[in-house]
Design a protein around this ligand. Structure first.
Ligand SMILES: Cc1cc2nc3c(=O)[nH]c(=O)nc-3n(C[C@H](O)[C@H](O)[C@H](O)COP(=O)(O)OP(=O)(O)OC[C@H]3O[C@@H](n4cnc5c(N)ncnc54)[C@H](O)[C@@H]3O)c2cc1C
Length: 397
């Protein structure tokens, strides 16, 4: 481990991580845990609500259509539990996730098959059984469901705070309100911020929706699209106490291609606002992360949600009671980017989490740390490599 040194005008670290969202914070934590003198740089004063990691809740589940995601979840659950135990903070609550879909839909079937293959505890519901067990849901098109009983909710804000605390506890330094303005490659990477200059042997870029702002000057244009997501909360309109209770007890759900546009819609039980169910559209509007308010609130995604709620959850008021926003950073295939910069091997990129990266963060942080130490992670990283974009016109590798 190199001690932090003053080298003329700059401080020298073993590692610098850009971005204190959930992925950068976990990468920094792992680096510090591995005895690397690590600096975590964040452009906004912490905590903030401008990126992708804020808010109270995220779904965690094991079932995925692609095995390379399910393969990571065993370790992810263990590491979340470890963080809970270390910090004495409750970060997780078990609640099933229901996958709702049409029996003939291949994506719906792939969730069922994964659950069988991996022995994930769960149940299958016919439309009748579904309506009986969850009276708030109306499977009006004969939809079925399969439930992942290993699933739950992560308390996102608390999780972010917990991992940053553990990073500091392991000797790491956080500098927030300090924007990275430029990165100069080299054996020692030089990072210039709004407040100073730092050097490090290795750099991890985990800048969420701003990743391209840092990569383009480094000769790398990846197809990363920031999308503004409307986070909507819906009120129970019913006055019958039993029906209110049934709606408030809804589990997490993922409605597979049940919106007219063919994208998924997901929901979480009442948590952040008393009596309000969180339901969001898993797609959004392209946005400049520095100007997230440039778009009007009334947009096609809200209309799609309103139609879905009227049709499938008729006990909810079909107008959102509260609207907030968050940003996804999508890749064309919605798989992550976990890789080295193709020309600068001591720069590692973690990006493109495409609206489903939170649950994996402890494992992703570990992978980013291992890549930056020149080690080979145990997971299949082929789906996350930058080279997969080489045939796309937008990618300059
Ligand atoms: C509404 C919504 C719901 C979601 N639901 C789920 C879910 O249920 N389950 C799940 O697993 N995932 C979910 N996700 C996805 C998950 O939250 C994201 O994948 C994850 O938070 C991405 O984290 P990140 O660290 O990559 O990005 P961010 O949180 O955006 O962090 C990047 C950080 O980098 C900083 N930064 C950028 N540029 C600079 C710079 N130049 N200098 C210094 N700092 C910089 C930013 O300020 C930011 O803090 C959801 C996302 C949203 C928006």
């Amino acid at each position: 481990m190199a001690a932090q040194e003053e080298t003329g005008h700059s401080h020298c670290y073993d590692a610098i991580v850009v971005g204190a969202g959930i992925q950068g914070s976990f990468a920094a934590y792992w680096l510090a845990k591995r005895q690397q003198n690590t600096l975590l740089l964040e452009q906004f004063p912490l905590p903030h609500t401008r990126g992708s990691s804020h808010g109270q809740s995220r779904i965690i589940r094991s079932a995925y259509p692609q095995d390379y995601y399910t393969d990571m979840m065993g370790e992810a659950y263990r590491l979340w539990a470890e963080l809970e135990a270390k910090t004495g903070t409750k970060l997780y609550r078990q609640t099933p996730t229901l996958f709702l879909g049409r029996q003939e839909d291949p994506e719906f079937q792939s969730y069922r098959q994964t659950m069988e293959r991996y022995n994930i505890p769960g149940e299958t519901f016919t439309p009748q059984a579904l309506a009986q067990r969850f009276p708030g849901i109306r499977p009006c098109g004969g939809e079925m469901a399969v439930s992942d009983l290993s699933a739950g909710i992560l308390y996102a804000n608390k999780a972010l705070q917990a991992v940053q605390d553990q990073f500091r506890h392991s000797g790491g330094t956080v500098r927030d309100g300090e924007k990275v303005l430029s990165i100069l490659p080299g054996d020692l990477v030089t990072v210039t911020t709004s407040q100073g200059k730092y050097q490090a042997k290795r750099l991890v870029i985990a800048a969420g929706p701003w990743t391209s702002h840092l990569l383009v000057p480094l000769g790398l244009q990846l197809p990363l699209q920031p999308l503004r997501i409307s986070v909507c909360y819906w009120k129970v309109k019913d006055h019958d106490q039993n029906r209110v209770a049934a709606l408030e007890r809804l589990p997490c759900f993922l409605a597979i291609k049940l919106s007219g546009e063919g994208h998924d819609i997901y929901g979480l039980p009442v948590d952040e606002y008393p009596g309000l169910v969180k339901i969001c559209y898993h797609n959004g509007i392209p946005v400049d992360p520095d100007k997230p308010d440039q778009l009007s609130q009334t947009s096609a995604d809200i209309q799609i949600l309103e139609e879905f709620v009227s049709k499938y959850l008729p006990g909810l008021d079909p107008k959102p009671a509260v609207q907030e926003r968050c940003i996804y950073t999508n890749t064309p295939d919605e798989d992550f980017v976990l890789d080295q910069h193709p020309h600068f091997r001591n720069m590692i990129i973690g990006a493109g989490f495409s609206g489903h990266g939170f649950k994996f963060a402890p494992v992703i942080g570990k992978i980013l740390c291992e890549l930056s130490l020149g080690e080979k992670p145990i997971y299949n990283l082929a789906p996350f490599q930058i080279s997969r974009f080489s045939t796309l016109p937008k990618a300059v590798l």
